[in-house]
Design a protein around this ligand. Structure first.
Ligand code: PLP
Length: 361
């Protein structure tokens, strides 16, 4: 059986992108974000590739994601970014030797219930202006005291998260870094601020640990810099096939809501992928797809299982031809922009129906 929609993930591209990150932040250790199933790329194969490349730490959102990696025998340090939410999770985190990110006092209370000797490794997450998770900066002395009262606890470091690092003209990033550093003057322990946009656009944010996600998958986190310009290689290629090539007359309309009207007699292709595969329905007429390197614009609404394309630029396209929605030469971030969203959402939105193939050069 020929797979319908295939996401081919090139693990060598991820290793290459890790090299780019290491070059940009040569003094920093790297915590690689593999949450949300490795941004839809497959957390287990991606984590194995990163582990083999000597990654310093992996980062997931929650305990379930961390346990899945441990069950796959990935023994690298793993940080749990949202931390633990119950005593059971706290005990499991200790047992599995996970690194817990602690963002609130109630989590410290839960960890405390394990006893002062329990071997906990933790990051303290501070809120320097993102105002989502994190201790207020004024809590630092209290956190140091809590740490000192628990001889079994090891401090991995202090982290904060940037709100607007992708806006290279926005001074808020520097303000967040300044607040974070000011709150930690004289306080021992590694510092970590930068996600992908932070480490690429703000050298001041690199510090002791960088925490890239998107860049490792080869997409640019910055609206004004392409992945190619940054030296990143897109790891995922998403492809399906033409399952029909039809000819229509001027004035004929295509698909639901008659969202596309043929301006002349023209060939229209039907591609076997739709929103049930994760292809956003908000992608409009004109969104570029590729058939054998030729750009063909989307023509009509994305439906559940199908997408229709204008084949005037590719008149020799035939049933069975592969159709690319994103990949090298057709960046996911550019496709995402057509739908008013970001590559993160496209990657994370791929569904069960997509066949994943992992390759390694
Ligand atoms: C997801 C995440 C990252 C990685 O972000 P990217 O923008 O994908 O590089 C870094 N830090 C934290 C706390 C995160 O949740």
């Amino acid at each position: 059986m020929i797979p319908r929609v295939t996401a081919t993930v090139d693990l060598s591209a991820i290793r290459h992108n890790l090299g780019v990150v290491r070059q940009m932040a040569p003094g920093a250790r790297v915590m690689a974000a593999v949450k949300a199933d490795g941004y839809g790329h497959g957390a287990v194969p991606v984590s194995r590739a990163l582990a083999a490349a000597g990654i310093d730490c992996l980062a997931v959102a929650c305990m379930e994601e961390a346990i899945r990696l441990r069950q796959a025998r990935i023994s690298t340090p793993i940080a749990v970014l949202e931390g633990i939410i119950s005593r059971e999770e706290a005990a499991l985190a200790v047992y599995e030797e996970l690194v817990v990110v602690v963002h609130d006092h109630w989590q410290l209370d839960i960890l405390d219930q394990l006893g002062p000797q329990a071997r906990v490794t933790l990051w303290f997450k501070l809120d320097s202006g993102m105002h989502r998770l994190g201790f207020p900066l004024a809590d630092v002395p209290r956190l140091q005291a809590t740490l000192a009262a628990h001889p079994g606890w090891t401090l991995a470091g202090w982290m904060t998260h940037l709100a607007s690092a992708d806006e290279t003209e926005n001074p808020f990033t520097l303000e967040q870094i300044a607040r974070f550093e000011a709150a930690l003057v004289g306080v021992p322990g590694p510092r970590s601020v930068a996600n992908s946009a932070g480490l690429i656009a703000w050298p001041q944010a690199r510090l002791d640990w960088v925490r890239p996600g998107l860049a490792l998958y080869g997409a640019s986190p910055l609206p004004d810099r392409t992945s190619q310009a940054l030296g990143l290689r897109p790891a995922m290629t998403l492809e399906s096939r033409l399952i029909a090539v039809r000819e229509f007359e001027a004035g004929d309309t295509i698909g639901y809501s008659q969202a596309y009207r043929c301006p002349e007699r023209m060939p229209v292709g039907v591609v076997a992928m739709g929103y049930a595969d994760g292809i956003l329905r908000s992608l409009p007429n004109g969104t570029p797809l590729q058939i054998r390197g030729t750009t063909v614009p989307m023509a009509g609404r994305v439906s559940m299982d199908m997408v229709t394309v204008d084949l005037r630029t590719c008149p020799h396209a035939a049933v069975g031809d592969p159709v690319r929605l994103w990949g090298p030469g057709l960046p996911a971030e550019a496709i995402a922009a057509h739908a008013g969203t970001i590559a993160y959402e496209l990657f994370c939105g791929l569904t069960q129906r997509v066949r994943f193939v992992h390759t390694d050069a």
